[in-house]
Ligand binder design. Structure first.
Ligand code: GLU
Length: 303
């Protein structure tokens, strides 16, 4: 193990239900990557979307992690307590003309897209047609509902490298559009909160599920707009349910069995290409840390 004070990783669950076999893969991978680098591993509860949070799920997730031997090296942080920081970031973006208020309802967006002969859809979400962009006249008398990031088409064609998936590309302007930073219901959007907190916590390595991979370019654009560093990204394999779809709380994934943490961890380890470890929890974690395929490149000690 290479000792590194420079590595700071995190696991950032949304408390929308208990951990399941799929989320444990991301938890274990982020922990192993941190340990393999001799770095810190921090848990952050991403409870900004209060409409989806389940009361008590945060405490339950922490308990499940602890049963698996995965314990945050620093005090756990709750995003719901960090609104002031997100507001500061939004103010900074507005102050540099990189964010603007939007008065469009979903219906307005659909109509505008139809009028332009476009029906661009992405994950059931329309690519915002730019109706309230300041250069197009802004709100034009409408009340502000949401705040959007003004994607600059000139720098929106992103290329980045994921440690597992390899080179990736996305044109955020054409594939995503001006995305929401603060929602019409007043809640902070995941994209803004995650970028602010990853930077505020000094996160150097983001290890998370592959389903989140296509959020990465939006987050890189926001980091650049706010003058923040971009962490290294590693997106882990997804666990598929019997119906062939990604295992998720939404499609009824079972909560992890707290009585059998080692068997749940073994399942997650196999998904990560690691060997089965029949022994005690601490031995299993040590074995997987050794076998972790994303080891840091050997650093020469100073002479
Ligand atoms: N809170 C997100 C989730 O549970 C993860 C965010 C992240 O790791 O960037 O899906």
């Amino acid at each position: 193990m290479v000792s590194s004070l420079l590595y700071r990783g995190r696991f950032a669950p949304s408390p929308t239900g208990p951990l399941h076999a799929g989320s444990l893969v991301a938890a274990l991978a982020s922990w192993l990557d941190a340990r393999a680098h001799g770095g810190s591993w921090i848990v952050r509860i991403e409870d900004v979307d209060t409409t989806r949070c389940v009361p008590g799920a945060d405490a339950f997730i922490l308990q499940q992690l602890a049963r698996c031997g995965l314990i945050s090296d620093e005090p756990v942080l709750w995003q719901s307590q960090r609104g002031a920081l997100y507001q500061q970031a939004l103010d900074a973006l507005v102050g540099t003309d990189q964010a603007y208020p939007c008065g469009c309802s979903r219906k307005d967006i659909e109509t505008a897209l139809q009028n332009q002969g476009l029906s661009r859809e992405r994950h059931q979400a329309a690519v915002y047609p730019g109706t309230c962009r300041p250069e197009r006249g802004g709100l034009q008398g409408k009340a502000a509902r949401a705040w959007r990031f003004a994607v600059n088409p000139a720098s929106a064609d992103l290329r980045w490298a994921d440690l597992r998936l390899g080179p990736q590309t996305q044109n955020v302007a054409t594939e995503v559009g001006d995305f929401v930073l603060k929602r019409a219901d007043g809640l902070w959007a995941y994209q803004l909160a995650v970028v602010v907190d990853d930077a505020a916590q000094g996160i150097t390595h983001v290890v998370r599920g592959e389903d989140l991979s296509d959020n990465t370019p939006r987050q890189i654009l926001l980091q650049q707009a706010l003058g923040l560093p971009t962490p290294t990204y590693l997106h882990t394999p997804l666990v598929m349910g019997e119906n062939g779809e990604k295992l998720s709380k939404q499609n009824g994934a079972q909560a992890l069995d707290l009585a059998e943490p080692l068997s749940a961890l073994n399942q997650a380890a196999v998904c990560l290409g690691l060997p089965k470890a029949p022994r005690a929890l601490s031995e299993a974690l040590a074995l997987w840390t050794q076998a972790w395929p994303y080891q840091p490149s050997a650093v020469q000690p100073p002479r």
